[in-house]
Design a protein around this ligand. Structure first.
Ligand SMILES: [Fe+2]
Ligand SMILES: [Fe+2]
Length: 381
């Protein structure tokens, strides 16, 4: 499927982790209400799903777990893409770590085949690389000029894998980086020796996200604990470099395989989008490349405050390096009306963190009070 700018504009709706469940329910209704509204109003030219899409588990009434059948997976895929397919909006995806979890039973290659049964899915054989490199669905999508005569922008789809056997999340492998560099070089040649501006879409964030944060004290009540090799440190969003919201330590891999440095070397990547961390939603520039962390869009997942949402990458054919990114949340459209997120969960993005802190505080107060009562009684005796 050929994608082209329309009247010099091309808008991509970036949809963070969905985590659909086989039996749908009210959480799915909230998600579909949101996506239908956003697809209708924002009218994207392409929808990009950021991975962790559907569940490969089914549970019976006694809570026993079974692997989902192809039909059960396909039903979930149809459900979460219906808001875009029903409006004839083309869509693409990258796979997340959970999409690869059922790999013994249900490999990502099979998932990709199921997605290919859905009309408007653009990740076909012309998009996915034929090279034998790590992962599934690595590829690139070219967006042509309004008149269709030349390539104007490129979208990189990168499979960031599942887990690193040595600990932490997987990292983009050297053979993927080599493939990216070879392909970027070829596109540059075809573009008269100038790097073809591009955006990267990848589920697991890169370690460089931490460059948008600044360290703070363990005792700062507003802090966020780092993740993995950074789990001994505490952070705030660095407001001089980034805007948005930090709800959890970015769960980047412990190993930096040099992907970001490779982007800088090739000079084509102007922005990169990540999913995976359901509560983080921030944007900032590192060494001239915009990093946009997308919060989750689904309602089965952790995350709250009804800030589930999407963002829009807005490209202009005349100046594709000068893009815009806008944020859109459930709350903007439906206020606090929801079937699944209610009560105190509406108050704070970090309700579970804050709740845990409140419980710990309460526990300490109760413990100290109980201890002092016991000591007083013992003294009386
Ligand atoms: Fe996720
Ligand atoms: Fe994930």
């Amino acid at each position: 499927m050929e994608l082209k700018f329309k009247n010099k504009k091309f808008n991509i709706m970036v949809i963070g982790d969905v985590h659909e469940k086989y039996d749908g329910g009210k959480n799915t209704e909230d998600f579909l209400r949101m996506l239908n509204k956003m697809a209708e109003e924002l009218k994207p030219d392409l929808a990009m799903y950021m991975g962790d899409l559907v569940s490969q588990d089914v549970f019976d009434e006694n809570g026993n777990r079974y692997p989902a059948t192809k039909e059960q997976i396909l039903a979930q895929i149809e459900r979460i893409t219906e808001p875009v397919t029903s409006r004839n909006i083309p869509f693409a995806l990258v796979f997340g770590n959970h999409d690869g979890e059922g790999e013994d039973v249900f490999p990502k290659e099979t998932l990709l085949e199921l997605f290919r049964q859905i009309p408007g899915f653009v990740v076909d054989d012309t998009v996915v690389t034929k090279e034998d490199i790590f992962g599934c669905g690595n590829g690139n999508i070219l967006i042509k000029s309004s008149d269709g005569t030349k390539n104007v922008f490129n979208l990189w789809l990168i499979d960031s894998g599942n887990l690193n056997p040595d600990g932490g999340y997987a990292y983009v492998q050297p053979d993927q980086i080599e493939w990216y560099e070879r392909t970027a070089e070829k596109l540059k040649e075809e573009n008269g020796g100038v790097p073809l501006p591009a955006a990267v879409f990848q589920h697991i964030p890169i370690p460089e996200e931490y460059e948008l944060l600044k360290k703070t004290s363990k005792f700062n009540p507003l802090n966020t604990k780092g993740y993995g090799i950074n789990s001994d440190k505490y952070y705030l969003l660095d407001r001089e470099k980034a805007a948005g919201y930090l709800g959890e330590g970015p769960a980047a891999p412990n190993v930096n395989s040099g992907e970001f440095d490779s982007w800088k070397r090739m000079g084509d990547v102007v922005c990169a989008f990540f999913g995976h961390d359901h509560m983080n939603e921030f944007i900032g520039e590192v060494d001239g490349i915009t990093l946009r962390q997308c919060r989750g869009s689904g309602f089965h997942i952790y995350g709250d405050g009804l800030k589930q949402g999407v963002c829009m990458l807005r490209l202009n054919e005349n100046d594709p390096r000068n893009f815009q990114i806008t944020s859109h949340h459930y709350r903007d459209y439906f206020g606090t009306k929801s079937e699944t997120i209610k009560g105190y969960m509406l108050l704070s993005d970090r309700w579970h963190t804050n709740f845990k802190k409140a419980l710990t505080g309460l526990g300490i107060v109760t413990g100290v009070t109980a201890a002092s009562v016991i000591v007083k009684k013992l003294r009386k005796k």
